[in-house]
Design a protein around this ligand. Structure first.
Ligand code: FNR
Length: 180
């Protein structure tokens, strides 16, 4: 199975990108590959640019989603919602409405935040946005990594074994569901 991973943070030392890395390793153990797409390359959405001759990064994003068996979305919460860069990527990928590459694409959502709430409000917001794009989201208790600045060891791995097991369960359950 080939999955596409997207981090909603462009920050070089992003905890969400680290969490995407941890999820990628779990997926590899389950026999699935997660390729990462950098949404920082996308221009701001402009319907005037959304014709037949799309900007290169937009065409690359749509092609990557189209070819993937599913999406792994890992994002921080900004002001109780989705970061603008992630919403921008979804808006580009979402056209043409109800017929886009996002329709029917099995998706799992994770979040990491420095607060104890772990970005869980972003997850609710993101599910609502994905409902508009007809993107099915894996139904499971939210994996929301709180106090993320203390969660990773020097090697960039999740320090807590229970958290690693919980991530493993989520990713394995998601892969089974996405495989149909
Ligand atoms: C935040 N942060 C944050 N955290 C949270 O739990 N709820 C929130 O609403 C917000 N809002 C917010 C807005 C903006 C503009 C920034 C920059 C940050 C803090 C956030 O959890 C923290 O910066 C994370 O480290 C961001 O994730 P990455 O970049 O480490 O992946």
């Amino acid at each position: 199975m080939n999955l596409l991973g997207i981090s909603g943070s462009l920050r070089a030392e992003s905890f969400n990108t680290s969490l995407l890395g941890a999820a990628t390793r779990c997926a590899a153990d389950a026999g699935a590959t997660v390729n990462h797409f950098d949404i920082g390359t996308l221009p701001l959405y402009n319907q005037d640019l959304d014709g037949d001759d799309k900007p290169g990064p937009v065409a690359a994003l749509k092609d990557a989603i189209d070819k993937a068996d599913g999406l792994v979305l890992v994002s921080p919460e900004y002001n109780y919602g989705i970061p603008g860069v992630l919403k921008n990527a979804i808006d580009w990928a979402s056209r043409p409405g109800y017929k886009s590459v996002l329709v029917g694409k099995p998706t799992v959502i994770l979040s990491a935040s420095m607060s104890v709430t772990g970005g869980v409000r972003m997850q609710a917001h993101l599910k609502n946005v994905l409902a508009a794009t007809l993107t099915p989201v894996y139904c499971a208790p939210e994996f929301a990594l709180g106090t993320a600045h203390k969660a990773f060891d020097d090697a960039g791995e999740l320090a807590d074994e229970d958290t690693r097991k919980r991530l493993d369960r989520l990713i394995n359950g998601y892969i089974e569901w996405a495989a149909g």
